[in-house]
Design a binder for this molecule. Structure first.
Ligand code: 13P
Length: 254
């Protein structure tokens, strides 16, 4: 059976409350039952807008996700957000390991692994991001980096738990730069990720795991990327802030 397509919008630290509501409304209206049958859709607004956006999305085919979480259920962790709180706020998904946290905030594979376990314990589905820096690609270290991030990040997970994880391959040099990976580069990396998952969790898990591509995805390049055999969806940043652009990306799955 072919794998489902899954496209998520990462709104990062953008939108006012009113913009967030309107964006969610337009996306929800645009994802009709025909489109919803072809592609799983989620949007990931900033934390303070999760509840109002959940309200807007209620009854629609668009799921809610958060952009990060802590690994504990509760505690003296000033400024952190528990995965259980995210569940209660209506989230089904959480992004973990985004490069803007790995490289911008120094989050390690080990730390991300704790978050992943915490999120799964809370019943969230995790979008786990991996990807190499430009210097690493140029030094031919892409596969080594991806392997390290997968081994470290997914440590201690069972094949059953992996069913609640989507991998997002986001080459750091393609994020927010307008410089998208070629279809060949994306497919090559995705196939490598799937082979690594097969080694770690078995061929059945590898066959079923969804692998999104992220990095300057736009309506103009989405179709070419999505038709690659190992590209099962995308994690969209900038273009997900525009309802028409995001919907146009979704419609490439029709
Ligand atoms: P852009 O689509 O803006 O390049 O961002 C990609 C991304 O980081 C999604 O998580």
């Amino acid at each position: 059976m072919p794998r489902a397509k899954f496209i998520a919008g990462n709104w990062k630290m953008y939108t006012t409350l009113e913009q967030a509501r309107q964006l969610a409304q337009r996306v929800a209206q645009g994802v009709d039952s025909v489109l919803a049958q072809k592609v799983r859709v989620a949007v990931c607004p900033p934390f303070p807008w999760l509840l109002p956006v959940a309200e807007v999305l209620r009854g629609s085919a668009v799921a809610l996700g958060a952009q990060d979480c802590h690994y504990e259920r509760e505690g003296a962790y000033t400024g952190q957000v528990s995965p259980y709180m995210l569940r209660e706020a209506g989230c089904q998904y959480v992004i973990i390991g985004h490069s803007e946290r790995r490289h911008g905030l120094g989050e390690s594979d080990e730390f991300l692994n704790k978050k992943l376990h915490g999120a799964l314990r809370a019943g969230l589905h995790v979008i786990f991001c991996i990807g190499e820096l430009l210097t690493e690609r140029e030094a031919n270290q892409t596969e080594q980096v991806l392997q390290r991030q997968l081994l470290g990040g997914l440590a201690g997970l069972t094949a059953e738990q992996l069913q609640q994880v989507t991998i997002a391959y986001e080459p750091v040099w393609a994020i927010g730069t307008g410089r998208v990976a070629t279809e060949e580069q994306a497919e090559h990396a995705h196939a490598f990720v799937r082979r690594t998952i097969a080694e770690l969790f078995g061929s059945n898990a590898a066959e079923n795991v969804l692998i999104q591509y992220g990095g300057s995805v736009k309506p103009e390049n989405a179709a070419g990327l999505l038709k690659q055999p190992d590209v099962d969806g995308c994690l969209v940043g900038g273009a997900s802030l525009n309802a028409e652009a995001f919907l146009a990306i979704l419609r490439t799955c029709l």
